[in-house]
Design a protein around this ligand. Sequence first.
Ligand SMILES: NC(=O)c1ccc[n+]([C@@H]2O[C@H](COP(=O)([O-])OP(=O)(O)OC[C@H]3O[C@@H](n4cnc5c(N)ncnc54)[C@H](O)[C@@H]3O)[C@@H](O)[C@H]2O)c1
Length: 407
Amino acid sequence: MAEQRTIGVGLISVGWMGKVHSRAYTNIPVFYPELGIRPRLIVAADTAEDRARYAVNVLGFERGTTDYHEVLNDPEVDVVSICAPNFLHAQIAKDVAEAGKAFWVEKPAGRSADETQAISDASDRAGVVSAVGFNYRNAPAIEYARQLVADGKLGRITNVRGAFFADYSADPRGALSWRFMRDLAGTGVLGDLMGHLIDLTHYVVGPIRSVTAATSTVYSERPEMPMGSGTHFAVVEDGDMKPVENEDYASMIVRCEQPASEGSTAQVIGVLEASRVANGPRASYGIEVYGTQGSFRWDFERMNELQLALNTAPHVGYTTIMADKEFGDFSVFQPGAGTPMGYDDLKTIEAKKFLLAYLGVESLHADIKDGVAASRVVSAAEESAETGAWQPVDEIAGTSAQGRSRQ
Ligand SMILES: NC(=O)c1ccc[n+]([C@@H]2O[C@H](COP(=O)([O-])OP(=O)(O)OC[C@H]3O[C@@H](n4cnc5c(N)ncnc54)[C@H](O)[C@@H]3O)[C@@H](O)[C@H]2O)c1
């Protein structure tokens, strides 16, 4: 039995993500007993009292509160999950960092590139470990595909294509949650779904260095839903209609830099789209990478499968392979291929990477620098959608797409 190490956990906000983070911490000793990590759920905060109570009665926290400062002030809390709506992330993350605690903030970390940079600066100043909720990079099939790309098995990468299409707001009566208000969310689908796709592109191919984008808002108003009730999948009959303030759909053409031989880089062109109002796809979050010797495509709706073409004649064209023990952390969750993992498992892997990083073990997790990198692309895309011009994206050192990942 490994030496047991207890890590005190605080949670800020008990919505969908707050519940998922809590389950992920609880899962750590179950799925990764060899690490000897014992998360102790200490205190959870939500302004909705019933959710703070749920954290205690159902999720297993020792205390609940409506004031998140109680989480920061508790000396037994070592790490904090920030699962609040986007507008609170920057202030909370700064407070958490100044309290000397590591944080795992949901994406998008800030509402803008400047806000995300401020979070990064605060964590640098305090010297605390950070993590950002870019969960799709943890999918075992993605980890496997990324390794194929890094090992040159697909040849020279020529182009990347991705679409993160959800239908959570395809119904025009879909609730006007905080996600649709600029003050509360920042961007719309650019920050919400495109950020994930940007992170996958960075992780698998390389950093995006310039972008041109177009966006549209398909439904200009929606029925209001109070904060702290329902989820963003809710449909509201006969609600008060209020304006939608950010985009439902976004498309971008990007130029990425892929690490090539002997420190040089190669340019890879990408076409990336995101929608929260698609009819047909439910949560179709896909990425396709094309190379001179092969290609892969992956979609979260079938996350345990990888379509792979390695073009070894006569087997030319895609073959479907299933995630198995050679794929990332698959065998931690299931004994063999064909028995699927699910969304929550990606968050358990993310919690493991975060807690390992907290203990000083680097495991290529998405941290605040990856958050800054994604937010710079989002901000450049917003600018381009406004002006119609290509926008450069400033390089950022120390992300997993650059230095950390290829070491
Ligand atoms: N990684 C992913 O796949 C993923 C999926 C969904 C959401 N998210 C992100 O997670 C974050 C939360 O999203 P969600 O869907 O869980 O939202 P949600 O609306 O389900 O929950 C938000 C919670 O925050 C609480 N809250 C509001 N003000 C508060 C305050 N001052 N102090 C404490 N709590 C407060 C609300 O009462 C509510 O319970 C967002 O940043 C979102 O973009 C990420």
